[in-house]
Design a protein around this ligand. Structure first.
Ligand SMILES: [Fe+2]
Ligand SMILES: [Fe+2]
Length: 283
């Protein structure tokens, strides 16, 4: 399959795999710092685009486009089916579908005895990747997220690629706080646009706040993994990030487990989804 110029990744999941490698359990700090060696050229090119094109204006424009949820009504299940159409050059015998990836995450959460809303968050957390099927380039769908409108943290991977972002030349966007207030709260901060923000907006009316944080910030690695941007967070964010960190363990490490037995577990998930969501929701 020929790659579009704005689609350096062979599969969208190549980004997830790179992140999982970066934080492989037991990796020393030194091994971690060497993450560039783990990034193949397509992943590197992906970050080059992501850091160059995710400007403040771009984020505002995409939020206006998608966060009003005007793309019609669909059930969670219809969207999961739709997302499964994403990978068109996969090997059906070995590659997991997107739904299977989601079920691996949620099943790992369920096995550890966490509350039902936590399992639910695992099951829906990557549905926002349908942005790709709406025609958004990879760099606007996945990637570690970071605030726009203030200075870039060195804890973001490949920080050198921000030199190509026009915002890096703007004094008002490059002070520590930029356009934001100290400890003004993350709800007021615009992060680079992607599948986290979209699934948060779609589900926010239906899931508890802890789950909202998990969905909205699960790719915000500079903050939940490295403690960056605490000057933008308020005390409530700090509390809620405990949940984001808990969630991240499952997001990172549940891949590569056994293939979920979909037929067996489906009734549980049908009941779970129906408990929190009406039949159809706005996307
Ligand atoms: Fe994700
Ligand atoms: Fe994920």
């Amino acid at each position: 399959m020929k790659q579009a110029p704005d689609a350096p990744l062979k599969q969208l999941d190549d980004w997830d795999d790179f992140v999982a490698t970066r934080y492989r359990q037991g990796k020393s700090e030194e091994e971690f710092r060497n993450y560039q060696a783990d990034a193949n050229p397509t992943v590197t090119e992906f970050y080059r685009q992501n850091h160059a094109y995710q400007t403040f204006d771009f984020v505002i424009q995409k939020k206006a486009e998608y966060c009003g949820l005007t793309r019609g009504k669909k059930s969670i299940w219809e969207m999961a089916e739709f997302l499964n159409t994403l990978v068109d050059d996969s090997d059906p015998d070995t590659d997991l579908t997107q739904t299977e990836h989601l079920l691996q995450t949620s099943e790992a959460i369920r096995k550890d005895g966490h509350p039902r809303w936590f399992v639910l968050a695992g099951f829906v957390h990557d549905l926002g990747k349908v942005l790709c099927l709406y025609g958004e380039p990879q760099w606007a769908v996945v990637g570690d997220t970071f605030p726009v409108g203030c200075a870039y943290s060195d804890e973001i991977v490949f920080p050198e690629f921000f030199a190509a972002n026009p915002d890096s030349k703007s004094a008002k966007y490059q002070s520590e706080l930029g356009i934001y207030g100290r400890h003004g709260g993350l709800d007021n901060v615009h992060l680079s646009f992607g599948h986290d923000e979209y699934i948060f907006q779609v589900t926010r009316k239906y899931v508890p706040e802890e789950a909202q944080y998990m969905l909205r910030y699960h790719s915000f690695y500079p903050a939940h993994r490295h403690g960056a941007y605490r000057h933008l967070m308020n005390a409530h964010d700090e509390q809620m990030f405990e949940w984001v960190r808990k969630f991240n363990e499952y997001d990172l490490y549940s891949k590569g487990r056994e293939r979920p037995k979909q037929r067996e577990i489906l009734p549980y998930y049908q009941e779970l989804v129906a408990e929190f969501f009406p039949e159809q929701i706005d996307w």
